[in-house]
Design a protein around this ligand. Sequence first.
Ligand SMILES: [Zn+2]
Length: 125
Amino acid sequence: MASVLSAPHFHNEDAAYEFVEARLWPNGPTCPHCGATKEHVGRLKGKTTRAGLRKCYACRKPFTVKIGTVFEASHAPLRIWLQAIHLILLQQEGHQHPPTPAYPRRRDEDRMVSRSPYPRDDEDR
Ligand SMILES: [Zn+2]
């Protein structure tokens, strides 16, 4: 059985961009600088062109789908981000913690109680 991590968007940078673009731009690319929609946006292609690079013909600025997202400042390839996010989500699904009980913090009002019946965060480890 092939691992889900063998999906193309985890290994091919162009596929990674297409994967994210399909989710962030369901109606086609949108310029993050001026808001122009896909009619005014072209794809830059070339051997040295970065993956996912677009050009807005309205404001003439280049951009990628990463602008305005958590990926923007990162130099890590987008496909590596997708792998990491996928693994984190899998781990969260597998290790659901029971909800932490909510209790009022009464340290100042109720000094008679020396110990909370609930473990503090630092005692829980
Ligand atoms: Zn623009």
